[in-house]
Design a protein around this ligand. Structure first.
Ligand code: SF4
Length: 344
């Protein structure tokens, strides 16, 4: 494959077709980092409004490092995968204390920061600092697998290593950031997972899968990970027109967020005794309200929601009035419960 010809065609197409996105107007590595972290597992259209409000509220690394955690989570609320926000703040603190508040410029330094893996380090170092690092995200893997007609499972490391070598064989000697962005844009607009628009593809003449009519079969994706369904009971606990929220553990899923108290259990009886261990009160007459499920990447919460009216006040727990609930940073997993209360 002639790599100069390939990158000429790709870069020309990118210049003429790239979407106008706010993070493409800047070379500020902090802004590019924010966009790259938000774009992990989240679509461009969903990220755009979050990105714009986030960088207005946290315009510098220092402002992010100094942010109140609950306020930060509020700005992330709805984007999901909240560990990203926690890691960003940890990284911002490290950059302030160990890098003199100057964003690290090398791929190796970027990899030392929490939440930055090979893909994000390659994206930031190439886009903000024009360093020669190729981005191999899901979009790019799909394109390369099709270009070289790689028919193995792309979730396997051996296949990904093979794709990485193929990518380096077409990676140019100039304009690394634009090339990476061009490939990602091609994956978002043309070389789609299903029904790629091969008729308008700028690199169609290089594509072996297209020549063999295999583009709908490549890439092959066989996952071993099973989605786990978890049965849970969730309680709206009310006292004097106020609602009880508890804090989630400091580590793990939705770490440190407020939540409506909930437990994993097979029966209501089990759930009540588990709840009693957390909150010492009388939960003898819970009233069933509704069920809903919330899907995470590898698990599904099947929540049954009950209402409990406390018979006596509880000390040392946090209660919120209805109006106050709107301002609490609650993860999307509890949105339906909050909406239910606000409608009452
Ligand atoms: Fe993807 Fe089709 Fe272009 Fe091949 S020709 S890279 S399958 S869009």
């Amino acid at each position: 494959m002639n790599k100069e010809k390939f990158s000429d065609l790709l870069l020309k197409w990118y210049e003429e077709n790239k979407r106008t996105l706010p993070w493409r107007r800047t070379k500020n590595p902090y802004f590019i980092w924010v966009s790259e972290i938000m774009l992990q597992q989240t679509r461009v259209t969903a990220v755009q409004p979050y990105y714009e409000t986030f960088i207005v509220r946290f315009p510098t690394i220092q402002s992010l490092a100094d942010a109140d955690e609950q306020e930060l989570l509020k700005y992330w609320q709805g984007l999901g995968f909240y560990r990203r926000a926690h890691n960003m703040q940890k990284s911002a603190k490290i950059i302030c204390s160990e890098f003199g508040s100057i964003f690290p410029s090398t791929y190796e330094e970027l990899l030392t920061l929490p939440g930055i893996g090979n893909y994000t380090a390659a994206a930031i170092s190439s886009i903000a600092f024009e360093q020669k690092h190729a981005v191999l995200d899901g979009n790019v893997m799909r394109i390369v697998a099709r270009l070289f007609s790689v028919e193995e499972n792309i979730l396997q490391t051996t296949t990904q290593n093979k794709l990485s070598k193929h990518l380096m064989s077409i990676f140019p000697d100039v304009r690394y950031g634009d090339f990476n962005q061009g490939m990602m844009e091609l994956g978002s607009l043309v070389c789609l997972p299903q029904n790629p628009h091969c008729e308008m593809c700028p690199v169609q003449s290089f594509c072996v899968a297209y020549q063999k009519n295999l583009q709908s079969k490549i890439p092959l994706r066989k996952s071993k990970t099973k989605v786990r369904k978890i049965k849970r009971y969730l309680f709206i606990i009310e006292w004097d027109k106020k609602y009880l929220l508890t804090k989630r553990p400091e580590k793990g899923l939705l770490a440190n967020f407020w939540e409506f108290p909930g437990v994993e259990a097979q029966t209501l009886q089990d759930a009540k005794s588990k709840l009693h261990q957390l909150i010492p009160s009388d939960f003898s007459k819970p009233r069933f309200l509704f069920s809903y499920q919330h899907v995470f990447s590898h698990r599904i919460w099947q929540n049954r929601v009950y209402h409990v009216h406390l018979q006596e006040p509880l000390d040392d727990f946090s209660f919120f009035y209805r109006d106050e609930l709107q301002n609490v940073a609650l993860p999307t997993a509890f949105k339906k419960v909050r909406e239910y209360i606000l409608k009452q």
